[in-house]
Design a protein around this ligand. Structure first.
Ligand code: 0X9
Ligand code: ZN
Ligand code: ZN
Length: 305
């Protein structure tokens, strides 16, 4: 059964997607943006009050990497919090009145299933190609942003395999197509990973600073201090290349170069004690503190529309 304080299986997440959307018809709609390699539907939850005019939007995905289980847990938490605080929390009410938030709860569904059934430490997709016995590519090396030039591998057996070409992974193509189609309304792109407690922004495919570096840094530091205010968890903010490592083909750099200015990668708890195996007892505090950071970014974006 589904629980916000457990790591849910894909089947529980799917049931949850259906029940939360049918229980909140005035604030939630479901959009299938395509299927995964193994034919599972990629469903985006669109959160927001219906409006007669076109609304600006924020896109957030979780679970690009299969083993980073705290990430899908956060997307589920975010949806719950957004729906349960709409009408009482003034910021959430105003956000969902003025903007839509597109949430993809699990990006790499096939990989996520595989971490529950076969190998807890799987990272990549589960795509197969004739001629190679190795499976999958790293979805966060498969976007068309300096593709496979730096910090990525062309070896199909590597955990950071960039794929056979940009968007070779159907999950990446589905998300990139959705963002391209909605490019005129998407004002922010947030992608949730773990672990390391970092708030990263472009660039990672090169060392050069983003045109909006100063603003991106200021917003990130504001988000990190909001996050820290709850339980004292410390985050480091900065451009990917120098804050974590140079790595091309990431979704954040791709969205930024497409024109989505507020493009951030979160690396949630912890700093390595448990790493990807973050205990379920930390789901609630991690999600609560991360909400403050996401809401800080959302408020800034909304104020600067
Ligand atoms: O390497 C990654 O894809 C991310 N770290 S993780 O441990 N979750 O795998 C960092 C991504 C930072 N952004 C880019 N490299 N574009
Ligand atoms: Zn990751
Ligand atoms: Zn704030």
């Amino acid at each position: 059964a589904h629980s916000y304080t457990k790591y849910n299986t894909w089947s529980d997440v799917q049931n949850w997607i259906n029940s939360i959307s049918s229980a909140n018809p005035s604030l939630v709609s479901k959009l299938v943006i395509g299927n995964t390699f193994e034919a599972r539907p990629m469903t985006v939850l669109k959160l927001g009050k219906a409006s007669s005019s076109t609304k600006p939007a924020i896109f957030m995905d979780c679970g690009i990497h299969a083993r980073e289980w705290i990430s899908p847990a956060f997307c589920q938490w975010f949806v719950k919090e957004a729906l349960s605080t709409y009408g009482s929390d003034s910021q959430m009410t105003s956000l969902l009145d003025e903007m839509d938030v597109f949430v993809l709860p699990v990006f790499n569904i096939d990989g996520y299933v595989y971490t529950h059934t076969n190998n807890r430490m799987w990272r990549k997709t589960r795509s197969k190609k004739s001629g190679s016995s190795c499976i999958g590519a790293d979805p966060n090396r498969n976007f068309d942003a300096g593709w496979c030039t730096l910090g990525a591998s062309s070896n199909p057996c590597s955990d950071t395999f960039c794929g056979y070409n940009p968007e070779s992974e159907i999950e990446v193509k589905n998300v990139a197509d959705f963002i391209r189609r909605n490019k005129s309304i998407i004002k922010a792109y947030l992608t949730i990973h773990s672990y390391s407690q970092l708030l990263l922004f472009p660039y990672s495919y090169k060392y050069g600073l983003a045109a909006d570096h100063t603003e991106l840094m200021t917003v990130a530091q504001g988000a990190a201090s909001a996050l820290q205010s709850l339980y004292g968890t410390r985050y480091t903010s900065g451009p990917g290349a120098t804050t974590i490592y140079p790595a091309a083909g990431g979704s954040d750099d791709w969205a930024y170069d497409l024109g989505v200015k507020y493009s951030y990668t979160f690396e949630l708890r912890d700093t390595g004690r448990y790493g990807f195996l973050l205990p379920e007892s930390q789901i609630k505090p991690t999600c609560e503190e991360t909400m403050l950071a996401v809401k800080h970014i959302a408020a800034y974006v909304q104020k600067n529309l």
